[in-house]
Design a protein around this ligand. Structure first.
Ligand SMILES: C[S@@+](CC[C@H](N)C(=O)[O-])C[C@H]1O[C@@H](n2cnc3c(N)ncnc32)[C@H](O)[C@@H]1O
Length: 403
């Protein structure tokens, strides 16, 4: 236990290490430093906002908050706030004093603004998203927020991958193909030469087709399981692929491989990859895989994609990939391994509602992915928001009744 009042000669490093150690933070002491600095500049701030702005999972931020509170560094006041002791550590010991706001207040640093001419498109997209089929969590689906979907479509355009281009979407519960079609119909908007979308969920594919027809843009939407190679007529002829793969390493490799087999050969073609925020070691493994596939990671935008899940907004990073002349899919045949989070990481946690005593399972592939999501949504039986942590269960066993 370190005494924050007298942090010694280490410039506060021990305090940060202490919290990083107690929370098992994979980003280490620098991760704690980044959280305290953001709270200093923007507090009171909700843990959700901290998670989104720093690209950290919400439960991780919640754990750091608890440990910082225990050590008297943070207080709770309409969100996360530095205590006097916390402020002294951050300002006097860690030496963080800059107060000038230098980020763009309009675009959040991403350089994309949804201006007035695009308002009707945004409204149409929001309407379309409201009526779309419900999420199927066994396929790692979750719904993107309309502003986020439209911003993604504009991002493709800003990177030269939409206007006059052939674009394929591999899995599209985000309705990004629809957003791209809609902006092509708006006055002066970028119009793709061809849009195609593949998804294994027939409800979604029907919806994509019907929406494109109703709004008068072309979209070749097909039911296809990406565990099988692409239909022959879709191979080797697109300028860009867009994908939001299952949250697993296998999902990344498989969906990006299919994306590469859709691209025209040669350098300079584009890939757009929505990818969950991962700790540094897992990101290095992902980068190594992408490099092996001959893909340059040209840009990484943390927190760019926003999703709705159980009343809580989650974010993921947007990665812009550019193919080299050596780019090659590492999976070309059928894929038979475990793909979805539920298959790869089958552990769930049981929570008991303190009000009605019902038991709820929380974890990957469930309605409530984390306890924070459950708390925000409330108990589905009684609306209660207090839960007692219970047993850990392997996902297949969770289907059996409890004796
Ligand atoms: C894998 S999900 C993940 C997306 C989610 N928005 C997220 O937060 O990452 C993306 C899309 O891929 C589709 N999908 C999942 N498995 C697939 C498969 N084997 N073949 C084709 N599409 C698949 C899902 O139906 C969904 O529309």
């Amino acid at each position: 236990m370190i005494c924050v009042r007298h942090p010694g000669q280490d410039g506060g490093a021990a305090a940060l290490e202490d919290v990083a150690g107690a929370t098992d933070l994979r980003e280490g002491p620098d991760g704690v430093r980044a959280i305290l600095d953001l709270v200093r500049r923007s507090g009171p701030i909700s843990p959700r906002e901290v998670a989104a702005r720093l690209g950290l999972p919400l439960p991780v931020v919640a754990a750091v908050r608890r440990e910082c509170e225990k050590r008297g560094l943070l207080t709770r006041d309409r969100g996360m706030m530095l205590s006097e002791e916390g402020l002294a550590l951050v300002r006097d010991v860690l030496g963080m004093t800059a107060g000038q706001a230098t980020e763009c207040p309009t675009c959040g640093g991403y350089g994309i603004v949804i201006g007035k001419p695009l308002r009707p498109t945004l409204e149409a997209l929001a309407e379309i998203e409201r009526a779309m089929p419900t999420v199927d969590t066994t396929l790692d689906q979750s719904h993107s927020l309309p502003e986020s979907t439209l911003r993604r479509a504009l991002y493709l355009h800003h990177r030269g991958a939409l206007d006059g281009r052939r674009v394929i979407f591999l899995g599209d519960d985000d309705l990004l193909s629809v957003a791209c079609g809609l902006i092509g119909e708006s006055e002066g908007g970028p119009r793709a030469r061809e849009l195609a979308a593949l998804d294994c969920d027939p409800r979604l594919v029907d919806y994509l087709r019907a929406t494109a027809e109703a709004h008068g843009f072309g979209l070749d939407a097909r039911v296809h399981d990406l565990r099988h190679p692409l239909p022959e007529d879709l191979r080797g002829r697109f300028d860009a692929f867009v994908t939001d793969p299952p949250y697993t390493a296998a999902g990344l490799e498989l969906f990006v491989s299919r994306g590469l087999s859709a691209l025209q050969p040669g350098s300079g073609r584009h890939g757009f990859l929505a990818f969950a925020h991962k700790p540094p070691e897992e990101m290095v493994a992902a980068q190594a895989l992408l490099a092996r596939m001959g893909l340059q990671m040209r840009e990484v935008l943390p927190g760019f994609n926003a999703y709705e899940g159980g009343g809580v907004t989650q974010t993921s990073q947007m990665i812009h990939l550019v193919a080299t002349a050596q780019a090659r899919a590492t999976i070309t045949g059928d894929f038979e391994g475990a793909l979805y989070t539920k298959e790869v990481d089958p552990w769930l946690r049981a929570y008991r509602c303190q009000s009605c005593r019902c038991e709820l399972l929380v974890g990957p592939g469930r309605e409530f992915v984390t306890i924070e999501v459950l708390k925000a949504a409330g108990c589905p039986e009684c609306g209660g928001t207090r839960f007692r942590r219970g047993r850990q269960v392997r996902a297949p066993e969770a289907e059996k009744p409890q004796t």
